[in-house]
Structures are given as C-alpha cells and as structure tokens.
Write a protein of this length. Structure first.
Length: 177
C-alpha cells in the first residue's frame, strides 16, 4: 500500500518487486544525506517496541522530508550489513502500523511516502521477520516539525536540528517556485 497518492517516488515498478534482499545487499554500505540505516533493535527488542521509537522516527522523517528526501532502512547495521530483521507481526502488521505512524510523526502530517517490507528467510518457531525500507521524498509541505518541536535536516549523513536560516530557506522553497 502506498501513501504517495500522486505517483510512486522510487519507480513505477510493482512495489513488491522494487525492493529485495539482493537490492538491499547491493546498496552503498555508507550512510549519507539520502540514506540512513537503523538496526532492528532501534524499533523493537524482545518483540516490544522501543519506548523512544516514535520520537526517534519523527526526527528522521522530519530530516528527510525537509531536505531532498531519501530512504530510511530499518533492519540494517550502520556498516550496511543486514541484521536479523524486525518481527513483521508487530501491532497486527508492522508495515501497516509503520504506514499509520509515519504520516502523523511530524507536523504538518506527511502525505507522500512509501513503506516497503522485504521478507527475510523464516526461522522455525520464530515470528516472520522483514527489513523495512521507508522511502521519504522531499516534501512540498515542508517544513515538518518533529515530536520534540524541532525541525531537522540531513547534513553530512546525519539528521541535525535546522538553524533559523535553514528553516527560512525551506519555507521560501515551498512558497516561492
């Protein structure tokens, strides 16, 4: 399911074919302004969602949407290696739950993004696991404020609070063509 109601931002391919384990393993193994890796533990440990996850997610969503966009991958170490993956049955379905919380993780709410679930090989007596690719395009409704009441931007491969000057630039970008 796509929350990008006008067009897909990665490609016009079938979304289920857009991301695969092979494509994930072939990514540049470095984080940069358009790519951020987060381990499965960033989201959940022992099948419990981390207490600060929604706050941390909000910061990343704000940074990508206020900047040039990019992808946030959950289930990958900082060195670009896949980890064991996230339980794909959290909250009744991890992908659907992520789609629900991403849009409202920033203010104003985010209208265009995609969540891709890349299934991982199953392990007997374990819940199904997946890696999640969150495609966050540049937003026309920026600036987006995170839950900590700050505005973020991707700078040198990190999500950093925006300066007043950056904030003014983003506001001008959305109001002046």
């Amino acid at each position: 399911m796509s929350h990008n109601h006008t067009s897909m931002s990665i490609s016009d391919e079938n979304p289920s074919e857009t991301w695969s384990l092979r494509r994930l393993q072939g990514l540049d193994p470095h984080e940069h302004d358009f790519q951020e890796f987060k381990s499965s533990e960033w989201l959940c440990q022992n099948n419990e969602i981390q207490s600060d996850f929604l706050q941390l997610l909000s910061k990343q969503v704000s940074a990508f949407a206020n900047g040039a966009g990019g992808i946030l991958i959950i289930g990958m170490h900082d060195n670009g290696q896949l980890d064991e993956g996230v339980n794909s049955t959290l909250k009744g379905g991890t992908r659907e739950w992520l789609e629900d919380v991403i849009s409202t993780s920033v203010s104003p709410s985010l209208k265009q993004f995609n969540v891709f679930e890349v299934e991982r090989p199953s392990i007997e007596n374990e819940p199904p696991r997946a890696t999640y690719v969150i495609d966050l395009p540049r937003s026309g409704e920026a600036p987006h404020q995170s839950r900590d009441h700050r505005y973020y931007l991707r700078v040198a491969g990190k999500s950093r609070p925006m300066s007043h000057l950056h904030l003014e630039d983003v506001i001008r970008r959305t109001s002046l063509p």
